[in-house]
Unconditional design. Structure first.
Lengths: 294, 533
């Protein structure tokens, strides 16, 4: 099971490139796709999901070009788009039955799978209610269920935790972690905490280009000795914000506790801290911006 | 800033933003296209006004009168469908929810939308006015351009009619039942009735009533000029060949005498338009989803687990190990029946019991009616009844934002699209089964073939127009027109259903079969294009 993204780019009207020269090779596991808004994450997801075509480069699924034969991938693909709708007059189970038929599942497997998935996404009680009355979070869970209907070998989820409450977010992370064994899971988000526990690989996009692709440990290693914790008076905060890359801050009785990503000690009293993935991500994005300005 | 000035400012920006949003969309090209076509048809003489089978010399008065009537009649139909989406757009883009949270009143909002509609329609009328000037030079029968005589009919006949249409469009959008496809169909009948009403009342009582289109102003003026009594005059606005236009008798008409009474009668329709807009403001739901057309259940509240009392101490959530049965065998042979049934189910979902009751009644009526013509009329009704179901074909994926889910499933072109079409054909066969059954039992194979072609043609038309326009509206308008002129008025060339007894014995069914096949191919191309974007 292998997915090769080979020099992929997507050009929109007005000669604007949403994605450019992207190369990635993915195997089984959870790939966390990180990047700021407009980084090209959703564009890449749509290309991988065969919803849109790349303007340059190719995507090979088990050596088969998905632009030439998209159905090879579609048969084993589960896709949860960032923005999607449902048919408001159908109930949750009817919608999943419809999607199962569209995906070519045999009715018996589909029925069993739907029952299990509705339980997994905590919608068993609401299965016979029209989707038009569902809240945003419930619709999102229906979307998650439809993506898993065909037991996909490749699962693409674009901002899947948007609209979910903290408990449902944790449930979803748990689900993804358990499902990730023998399949490729591509999980796009800009919330680092959503993927730090489950991702086996992290790919960071910025400005339509790949900035980094490595296991989380390697990314963390890159910022070791560069993350500082420092307590400063609140009055100095505006200056600190201008001078340093601050990854977190909290007001306490003794001043503002800030977390800084910097190659050198930012000031007297600053102590080295254990880096997190959030620090590594900010460091990577900030380096790209600095080099772009230079 | 005073309250009045503030309201005027809000109104201005509302109209401006709405107008700019419209003209920057590709669909505005269609709007311009309709006007330019009507202008072209008039200039080249294909669309002509006639009085007692003769026409006036192409001077400013005649051209102004003709163009204004074209606006008031044709544009009042096409223009309604063009502008009836202004509140819907705010609803779909969710800008409406933001607007609803501002201090802007419902009246101000609805007035702004009605004015914006009017501005768009007035722009369409403006194109026809320019075409009118070109037309006078083109035909060169009277080289002297009298601007007042040319433009007065636009100002006093066309624009009041457009104001009424603009407000009715907003009114339809504020009434949940008329907001969608049903409203599109209803307007067609209201429009045809409203055009015919002043003429029929004039024939009966001698006086005009409800003459919103201004037809009587022109007709009366022509009659007075020709000194002909009303019951000896005929008046038409028709599509004809260029040679017809230049043939026949011509006469000189110097235009309408714009007396105070005539002008006030026309300006009265602006007041009617304002009244409609006020009514719309009263009915407007201010984007409150609880008052929407779709009966939404209250957002679900997930049940609280038995071991976690609602106001009791928090219990740490536990996550059971996920147990999903793996799908071991992926199907070699696709079950087309499953997707066909799923599509048929989706097509019929949401229909109320009375919809099925009427459909069954029409089937029974077709099967039981002894007279062939009556049977044909009942078939026309049976195949008009599902119009709002068919009109969703090819559009649903975009409208309900499921396209990314459907298009990323295997073989969306080779499996899902044919299933959509065939499900709709099945619906046509079922709803028309009373008629088809009679033909089958009578052994009328030619008739049966024509009926079958009708069942293939209607879904093909719906699918093609849906895929390419991305909206239900185009099918609803075109199908209603075809149905009304064809099967309902026994125009043989447009009898795509094979409902008239003589149709099966002509080449008309063969024509619609070829057309259906071509449209299916075009629908496939359209969907392929959507898949490849």
């Amino acid at each position: 099971m292998k997915l090769l993204i080979d020099g992929v780019g997507k050009q929109y009207s007005g000669k604007l490139w949403g994605l450019r020269g992207l190369r990635l090779e993915l195997g089984p596991g959870v790939v966390g796709l990180l990047g700021p808004n407009g980084a090209g994450k959703s564009t890449l997801m749509r290309i991988l999901a065969t919803v849109t075509r790349a303007s340059e480069g190719r995507v090979l699924w088990n050596d088969s070009d998905i632009a030439q034969s998209p159905d090879t991938l579609r048969a084993v693909l589960g896709y949860l788009p960032q923005d999607f709708g449902v048919y408001p007059h159908l109930t949750a189970s009817e919608f999943l039955e419809y999607m199962a038929a569209v995906k070519g599942l045999d009715p018996n497997s589909a029925r069993q799978r739907i029952d299990e998935l509705l339980a997994v996404v905590n919608l068993a009680e609401a299965r016979d209610r029209a989707l038009g009355g569902f809240s945003g979070g419930m619709k999102q869970r229906v979307g998650i269920a439809q993506a898993l209907l065909n037991d996909p070998q490749m699962l693409i989820v674009d901002e899947p935790t948007a609209g979910l409450d903290p408990e449902e977010r944790a449930r979803f992370r748990n689900l993804l972690s358990e499902l990730s064994g023998e399949r490729i899971v591509i999980f796009s988000t800009h919330i680092v905490s959503d993927i730090e526990a489950i991702a086996t690989d992290i790919a960071i996009l910025g400005g339509g280009r790949l900035l980094a692709h490595a296991p989380p440990e390697d990314l963390l290693r890159a910022v070791e000795g560069k993350v500082w914790e420092w307590v400063i008076p609140s009055a100095e905060m505006p200056v600190a914000k201008q001078e340093f890359l601050i990854s977190a801050s909290a007001r306490r009785s003794d001043g503002v506790h800030i977390r800084i990503v910097a190659t050198e000690r930012p000031g007297f009293g600053a102590v080295l801290a254990v880096p997190t993935l959030e620090d590594a991500y900010l460091h990577c994005i900030s380096s790209q911006r600095t080099s772009a300005i230079a | 800033m005073s309250n009045t000035a503030n309201r005027a400012r809000i109104l201005y920006h509302l109209v401006r933003a709405d107008f700019l949003e419209r003209v920057r969309r590709y669909s505005f090209l269609l709007t311009l296209g309709i006007s330019i076509y009507l202008g072209y048809a008039s200039v080249t003489g294909r669309l002509a006004m006639r009085f007692n089978d003769s026409r006036g010399i192409f001077n400013s008065a005649w051209i102004g009168g003709q163009m204004a009537l074209i606006s008031a009649t044709f544009l009042s139909l096409a223009g309604f469908y063009v502008v009836k989406n202004t509140i819907e757009r705010d609803r779909l883009t969710r800008v409406g929810e933001i607007l609803a949270s501002t201090p802007m009143s419902k009246t101000l909002y609805v007035m702004g939308k009605a004015i914006s509609n009017f501005v768009v329609l007035a722009a369409m009328v403006g194109i026809l006015a320019i075409a009118g000037i070109i037309m006078q030079f083109w035909h060169a029968e009277d080289p002297h351009v009298d601007l007042w005589k040319l433009l007065a009919p636009f100002l006093l006949i066309a624009l009041p009619a457009m104001a009424v249409v603009a407000s009715i469009a907003v009114l339809f959008e504020t009434i949940p039942g008329l907001r969608g496809g049903f409203g599109n169909v209803v307007y067609f009948f209201i429009w045809s009735l409203a055009l015919a009403l002043p003429i029929s009342t004039a024939e009966k009582s001698g006086g005009y009533s409800f003459d919103w289109s201004g037809l009587s102003v022109i007709w009366d003026s022509l009659r007075n000029a020709a000194n002909v009594p009303r019951d000896h005059s005929s008046f038409s606005l028709s599509i004809e060949s260029a040679s017809q236009t230049h043939s026949g008798v011509t006469f000189l008409w110097n235009g309408v005498q714009w007396t105070a009474g005539v002008v006030l009668a026309r300006l009265f329709w602006f007041l009617v338009a304002i009244a409609f807009a006020f009514l719309a403001a009263l009915l407007f739901d201010r984007f409150d989803p609880a008052k929407g057309g779709l009966r939404r259940a209250a957002p679900a509240r997930m049940p609280i687990p038995a071991d976690q009392p609602e106001n009791g101490p928090l219990v740490k959530p536990t996550y059971a190990t996920v147990s999903l049965t793996p799908i071991r065998t992926r199907q070699e042979h696709f079950r087309f029946g499953a997707i066909l049934l799923a599509e048929l189910r989706l097509l019929l979902k949401g229909q109320k019991w009375w919809w099925y009751a009427v459909a069954v009644g029409l089937i029974a009526g077709c099967a039981a009616a002894p007279d062939a013509s009556a049977r044909g009329m009942l078939l026309a009704c049976a195949w008009f009844w599902p119009i709002l179901i068919w009109s969703k074909m090819g559009v649903r994926e975009i409208r309900d934002q499921t396209s990314q889910l459907i298009f990323s499933a295997p073989h969306p072109l080779a499996r899902q699209l044919p299933a959509v079409w065939l499900a709709a054909v099945l619906l046509a066969l079922i709803t028309g089964s009373g008629f088809g059954g009679r033909l089958l039992f009578a052994g009328d194979w030619r008739g049966l073939l024509a009926w079958l072609i009708g069942a293939l043609f209607i879904p093909a038309l719906a699918l093609t127009l849906g895929v390419w326009s991305g909206s239900s509206k185009l099918f609803e308008i075109i199908y209603t027109l075809l149905w009304y002129i064809g099967p309902m008025h026994a125009t043989l060339q447009l009898d795509f259903m094979g409902s008239a007894p003589e149709t099966p014995h002509t080449l008309i069914p063969a024509f619609y079969f070829v057309l259906a096949a071509a449209m299916i191919a075009v629908a496939f191309l359209g969907r392929k294009r959507q898949l490849q974007t």
